[in-house]
Design a protein around this ligand. Structure first.
Ligand code: C2R
Length: 204
């Protein structure tokens, strides 16, 4: 599935050299379509999970990682879950991210059908706050790992970062982007520290 990109013009220019093409759409003007093969699959049990998963997708965009997004349910569409996970490696995916809520078996089922690393995002639930999703994603039997991140949007973001870290083992450019992300985070914390200390000093 090709996707439209919303990155800035300088990163778009850089991407052109990496196999992207600009296409003309008669009614909407120029759009960019990513023709690279997706290496991360972001799968969720329902479209109702999307608002939670979105920060993870934005993080993949930020790191310029080609991805594909799908709704697949191990419970509601078991055949699809089976065919997707069992062919994912052959299709060129390198990491699977699976988000689900409640009796969240999606990540575990995917992991049982592939040797690709699978990262599970537990989705909050109105009834049990996401503890149900967390336990059913994280408590895998020995032999079938699911790298489970935190419940909710922080988990979604970390799932994308973990995927980036896995891919960066073989990709120095991506590794550089991860290092500058960390440097930015350090700077942001230093600014927060300075702001808070100023504020406290001024109220003394
Ligand atoms: P609906 O909003 O469609 O009723 O879904 C979804 O991830 C979602 O959080 C409610 C919740 O059901 C979850 N779901 C699973 C699975 N399929 C859907 N946990 C699965 O296969 O694990």
């Amino acid at each position: 599935m090709a996707r439209k990109s919303n990155r800035d013009s300088s990163s778009r220019k850089k991407d052109k050299d990496k196999g992207k093409k600009k296409l003309e759409e008669p009614s909407n003007g120029e759009v960019e379509v990513d023709l690279r093969r997706p290496v991360v699959a972001v799968v969720m049990g329902s479209d109702s999970d999307f608002p939670v998963v979105k920060p993870g997708i934005e993080t993949l965009e930020e790191f310029d990682i080609p991805y594909e997004v799908r709704v697949i349910s191990a419970h509601r569409t078991p055949d699809k879950a089976h065919s997707f996970a069992s062919t994912a490696r052959l299709k060129g995916f390198r990491v699977l991210i699976a988000a689900a809520g409640g009796a969240a078996h999606l990540a575990g089922v995917m992991a049982s059908l592939t040797t690709l690393p699978v990262i599970g995002i537990p989705i909050q639930t109105p009834t049990l706050g996401g503890a149900d999703s967390l336990y059913s994603t994280v408590q895998m039997p020995a032999g079938v790992p699911v790298a489970t991140v935190a419940i909710g949007q922080a988990g979604a973001k970390n799932a994308a970062l973990l995927a980036a870290e896995i891919l960066a083992l073989e990709d120095e450019e991506l590794h550089d982007r991860l290092r500058s992300f960390r440097a930015n985070m350090r700077r942001a914390v230093a600014q927060k520290n300075a702001r808070l200390r100023d504020k406290l000093a001024n109220t003394e």
